[in-house]
Design a protein around this ligand. Structure first.
Ligand code: FYN
Ligand code: ADP
Length: 598
């Protein structure tokens, strides 16, 4: 997809680096008499502190990527748009600034669309900017190059979708996209830029006037005082209270307030997967290891930045003490959320508190003074007892050293590595590789665990890892099932090209879930559930100049990860584990009709 458009002026590309906000304000258009649409897009992004573009160049946006790099933006160029989209979305989650993904028209746009939809589903702020074909040809369906009505297709999958037809509207288009992505419940936004716009040039003074620096893009939303009192009154009645922290609480970056609320109330808390680490998983009030005990037993549950969706069994059924899948347990719920529509989505919410988490939690804290009574000792003791029992059981399993290595013995190593390197970012995808990692590897700091999220989507691994390294500069470790890795594996070239401190650990059991299935017909094809046996994924990383290591024991695995962390070199550790290790669908067997029957 070479772009025939010649560059208007050549500038040697500066080495990629993050912009300071002062630099971000510097204007390209001010230096010229006229401004091109390319200049306007770049200036509008910089003016709003956006310093990185994740994308894949081609018609009609390749010149935009060159010029953006020349103008000091960091442009991370991927091998597939879906990974670029995932990268942008997780950058949004980590930074509270929309991550920008740039693609070509129709197929490129569609490749990134899964990531845009995933961002919307997960409440990650992201902007997908795609070039598109000629409007008049598309609308008459006359068969343009990469013809597609992208705006119409993006709309149902995005929080908002906009199109710009004139260069002088680029400033407004980008401002609207930023506001839509960040304000209220964050989400994915689509911005359509037809090729014709890029060919436009306007007077530089007009261009300067047209740019908007968005003021207060995510305004605080203060909860109503009566909603706060209602919630506190309900909490006071609880004999067996529980707090659930969701990834919205991690996104909000109100870490000190959330911790203070948990500690001042003395209530046990359950972190959802990406909320792990808001308080360290080793915190004495963590009920993570007593999940199946606290959910049905709790009488009042305060959920902060999380949804009662499938991950929480919709707030009802056996998980919550109901006798049938549809029956509600006896719990009463307080829900703290920025979306006024979230409450009652699955069960009755007795006390919705609508607002941003920082403001809501601060308001709740203001109502909790020294007279606040901690939960009854009976409840706290019961939770501790169950938790300690499960932790002891887990310690026993992790202490074993079976041959061949299995999920537990491999993940015991990752657990130690994260404990020793709490700033490292853990990316995690797979089925068993995901589920075991979630319960075995403790997190110590907020927003350090990035995973498959609300959809349980596979393919986020390398995109998330790349963005995590770019945004934070921290060491990243991606724990991947061998199947999950396949969705974005080619991005190891991207990791090597940008020399990022990413250590990919593949828990390789030769298949989807496990690797020992046979073709039931006895025919020559392998089972649809298995891969090439003992595949050397490590050599894939070596092909691009990174370090690739094959390991078969926990000691070798530890050594390989430690070397990767010390060197900060792109590394792939192919950890061969028992091919019979793994259950179909991991911990969500109940959602898989076949596995459920088995
Ligand atoms: C948790 N547990 C622990 C610990 N932490 N035991 C000991 N030590 C520690 N630190 C216990 C916990 O109490 C549970 O035991 C069990 O380990 C599992 O905990 P988890 O993972 O928190 O709970 P569970 O039941 O798996 O949670 C349900 C879920 C989760 C839906 C939230 O499965 C999930 O996030 N799944 C995502 C799946 C996904 O997206 N897969 C990708 C698609 S794969 P008990 O209390 O005894 O139950 C395609 O097939
Ligand atoms: P989890 O999967 O961890 O349970 P979800 O993604 O389901 O988390 O839920 C996150 C919730 O957090 C969403 O309902 C969203 O509206 C909410 N949220 C996101 N950001 C904020 C914020 N800054 N303040 C309040 N709520 C937020």
């Amino acid at each position: 997809m070479d772009d025939p458009v010649a560059m208007h002026k050549t500038t040697s590309a500066a080495p990629p680096q993050a912009l300071s906000s002062d630099e971000a304000g510097a204007s390209r258009v001010s230096a010229q008499d006229t401004a091109s649409a390319f200049d306007l897009v770049i200036d509008a992004l910089k003016l709003n502190g956006i310093d990185t573009i994740y994308g894949l160049p081609g018609i009609p946006i390749s010149d935009l990527t060159r010029r953006a790099q020349a103008a000091g933006l960091r442009v991370i160029s991927f091998r597939h748009e879906q990974s670029a989209g995932y990268a942008a979305s997780i950058a949004g989650f980590m930074t509270q600034r929309p991550g920008v993904c740039l693609t070509v028209s129709a197929p490129g746009f569609l490749n990134a669309l899964t990531a845009l939809a995933n961002a919307t589903t997960n409440c990650f702020p992201m902007i997908l900017i795609s070039g598109s074909s000629e409007r008049e040809v598309v609308d008459l369906q006359q068969g343009d190059y990469e013809e597609m009505d992208q705006l119409a297709i993006a709309k149902p999958l995005a929080k908002a979708a906009f199109r710009v037809l004139h260069a002088e509207d680029i400033g407004v288009g980008i401002a609207r996209a930023i506001r839509a992505a960040l304000s209220g419940r964050p989400g994915g936004v689509y911005l359509d830029l037809p090729a014709k716009v890029f060919a436009q040039t306007i007077d530089a003074a007009v261009a300067r006037q047209s740019l908007i620096e968005v003021v207060d893009p995510a305004p605080r939303q203060i909860p109503a005082p009566e909603a706060v009192s209602r919630a506190l009154d309900l909490l006071k009645t609880a004999k067996r209270p529980l707090i659930i922290l969701g990834k919205g609480a991690a996104y909000a970056q109100a870490d000190a307030e959330v911790r203070s609320l948990v500690e001042k109330t003395g209530i046990p808390y359950l972190p959802m997967s990406m909320a792990k680490g808001i308080l360290p998983d080793t915190h004495p009030q963590s009920a993570a290891a007593a999940r199946s005990y606290v959910l049905p037993e709790a009488d009042v549950v305060m959920i902060i930045g999380g949804r009662l969706n499938w991950l929480l069994s919709h707030g009802k059924g056996k998980t919550w003490g109901g006798n049938s899948p549809k029956e509600w347990g006896g719990q009463r719920f307080i829900q703290v959320d920025i979306s006024p529509q979230e409450a009652d989505s699955n069960v009755r919410i007795d006390a919705p508190v609508v607002g941003d988490i920082g403001s809501c939690v601060s308001a709740l804290l203001a109502g909790i003074d020294s007279s606040w009574l901690k939960p009854p000792a009976e409840w706290l003791d019961a939770v501790s007892e169950r938790r300690n029992k499960n932790i002891a059981k887990m310690a026993e399993t992790l202490g074993k050293n079976p041959s061949p290595m299995n999920f537990h013995s491999a993940l015991a190593v990752v657990r130690d590595i994260i404990k020793a390197n709490p700033d490292a970012i853990l990316v995690n995808e797979g089925a068993n590789a995901l589920d075991f990692t979630r319960s075995i590897v403790d997190m110590y700091k907020p927003r350090k665990r990035l995973d498959v999220g609300t959809w349980g989507v596979m393919g986020v691994g390398m995109g998330f890892s790349i963005a995590a390294a770019v945004v934070s500069g921290q060491q990243v470790i991606a724990v991947e099932g061998d199947s999950a890795f396949g969705f974005s594996g080619m991005e190891v070239e991207t990791i090597c090209r940008y020399n990022l401190p990413v250590c990919v650990v593949i828990l390789n059991n030769n298949g989807v879930y496990r690797g020992d299935e046979k073709n039931p017909s006895g025919g020559p094809d392998p089972s649809p559930m298995v891969f090439v046996k003992n595949a050397r994924y490590d050599m894939l990383m070596q092909a691009f100049g990174g370090a690739g290591v094959q390991v078969t024991t926990p000691a070798e695995l530890r050594e390989a990860i430690q070397v990767a962390f010390r060197s900060r070199k792109p590394t792939l550790v192919n950890a061969m584990i028992d091919e019979t290790a793994g259950t179909e669908s991991g911990r969500i067997t109940s959602l898989n009709p076949t596995a459920k029957k088995k």
